[in-house]
Ligand binder design. Sequence first.
Ligand SMILES: [Zn+2]
Length: 257
Amino acid sequence: MSERLELTGMVLSAVPMGEYDKRLVILTKERGKISGFAKGARRQNSPLLAAAKPFSFGVFECYEGRSSYNIYQAQISNYFERLSLDLEAAYCGMYFLEFADYYTRENNDEREMLKLLYAALRALENPRLDNLLVRYVFELKAMVINGEYPEVFCCASCGSKEDLAAYSHEKNGMLCADCAAAAPCEPVLQSTVFTMQYVVSAPVEKLFAFAVSDEVLREFIRIQERFRKTCVDRKFRTLETLQEILPAFAWKPGLWR
Ligand SMILES: [Zn+2]
């Protein structure tokens, strides 16, 4: 029999299988993203009944099978129950899970992504934070962790660190005032530049601790929407649902201009 393992992680998705079982995808600290079979998880007396659901975070006890893991027990330390009380937060959270699923792999070091996911869900549970800002901060940071992000620290054209005043979608980066005068770009506020620099460089623990003006949020969203579409060619089912249900999340080019 294979070795018994304890893996710390979060359930990204849970799909019913047969009459009583579930297939789980879990983002773990130790093994990256894994796929696991939770036998009997839908039975009323199963120790996995409550654990085998999206957002459950804790320690999962399992055996490693040939192509997947067999999960037989879990100690959940956070179910993120408050998300289920708030439709907007719940749908945002589901999108975060799908986005994290897209960017992670098995046997890869995904600890930063797991930390980010945990911090972002905590931020959604915090009524003082704007979910729309949380969403774009999460999205950009997830891309940073994966190594794809816009140049926000110096001019994407000449390299100057001074006077960054515009954003170029063609160059995927900020432009200084001189270069901005000579290329197609959109002007941005200094605060938007600082906001994006902060998201790119701040540790995950300190990421969801700021607020911005509506104008800065709009500029940040415009840039991040175009940037995500440049790098990611797939459609996210949970994002489409989010946008259908909550029009504030349905960003369209020109909406705010
Ligand atoms: Zn320049």
